[in-house]
Design a protein around this ligand. Structure first.
Ligand SMILES: CC(C)(COP(=O)(O)OP(=O)(O)OC[C@H]1O[C@@H](n2cnc3c(N)ncnc32)[C@H](O)[C@@H]1OP(=O)(O)O)[C@@H](O)C(=O)NCCC(=O)NCCSC(=O)C[C@H](O)C(=O)O
Ligand SMILES: [Mg+2]
Length: 279
């Protein structure tokens, strides 16, 4: 399943919940945590059944972000998830596998760990190796706050953390979703951040507004040029093999079996997007 775009939708916002059904994001994170004020927590939780009824619509992945179990609301959030048709629970501020154990003991849903603390980043290999983990989502707002980092368009203060978590996710074979971009009125900055996340290797980006969906979907999908190159690399390598050679040269660059594996993954992702999302 492609997860190019994962949109936070506050569970306290009925209009946004309704609108999210028709949006072209690959998934939603229905939020009970930071997007919901303390006085609205109970009403937001009560809105979950209606928000999740009627199937996924265009959103292929539907996660619910609970409050931390140590907060006054987390336990009730988990109880409310029982029997609801969501695809997983996003666990905030995971600092180590014990935080996931605590949720796993009370809930059968796949777990998505939000990594947004310094301890979480340093424990990423253990978190990503948790047997119930389905994926990780970067929480770059909380992480920047804890680090004392200044906001920068190039996100330099966060590179080590982003790449460290990505390494851990890849070693464990789970998807990794980049953090949000708060700059709602700077589409060029947002597009550049998407490209940066894709260049690092992230599978997709978490979003805060519908206006961010199209750019994320474009950045995390193979481009026409990438698809064309992948096809030509596969064809070139197969021709080289037929001629008894182990490597090919395409566009002046060497192509070995490992490059063909990447090319096949590129084509497979493009086909899944065409078949499952854009169909
Ligand atoms: C930021 C917002 C409060 C802006 O909302 P609004 O003023 O309604 O924006 P617009 O008028 O431009 O909205 C246009 C239409 O789009 C709908 N809309 C807006 N946002 C969403 C959304 N998130 N999901 C679905 N639909 C949305 C509006 O209803 C309008 O619809 P229509 O009536 O048909 O015109 C708002 O965007 C918002 O609340 N965003 C989410 C904020 C959030 O979730 N924050 C917490 C997560 S981010 C985070 O902290 C990650 C991590 O934990 C970390 O630490 O980094
Ligand atoms: Mg956060």
């Amino acid at each position: 399943m492609p997860i190019r775009s994962l949109l936070y939708v506050p569970a306290s916002n009925a209009r946004a919940l309704e609108k999210s059904r028709s949006l072209s994001c690959d998934g939603v994170i229905i939020d009970l945590e930071d997007a919901v004020a303390p006085q609205a927590k109970a009403a937001a939780r009560a809105a979950l059944p209606a928000a999740l009824e009627g199937g996924a619509g265009r959103n292929r992945l539907r996660l619910v972000r609970i409050n931390a179990l140590s907060s006054p609301w987390g336990q009730d959030d988990l109880v409310a998830l029982g029997g609801l048709g969501c695809d997983g629970v996003a666990v905030p501020k995971v600092s180590g596998p014990a935080d996931l154990d605590a949720v796993a003991a009370r809930c059968d849903l796949p777990l998505w760990a939000m990594i947004e603390t310094a301890r979480g980043v340093l424990s990423a290999p253990a978190i990503c190796g948790h047997p119930r983990l389905a994926g990780v989502i970067m929480g770059t707002n909380d992480l920047a706050r804890e680090l004392g980092a200044r906001p920068r368009a190039d996100r330099m203060p966060l590179w080590t953390a982003l790449q460290g978590v990505l390494l851990a996710a890849r070693a464990a074979g789970v998807p990794a979703i980049d953090g949000v971009c708060n700059a709602l009125d700077e589409p060029e900055r947002f597009a550049a951040e998407c490209v940066q996340g894709r260049d690092m290797g992230f599978d997709g980006k978490s979003l805060i507004h519908p206006a961010q969906i199209a750019a994320a979907n474009a950045a995390f999908a193979p481009s026409a040029d990438e698809i064309d190159l992948a096809r030509r690399r596969i064809a070139g390598f197969e021709a080289a093999q037929a001629a008894g050679q182990g490597v090919a040269v395409v566009d002046g660059e060497i192509v070995e079996a490992l490059h063909v594996e990447t090319a096949r993954k590129t084509l497979a992702l493009a086909e899944r997007i065409a078949a499952e999302v854009d169909a």
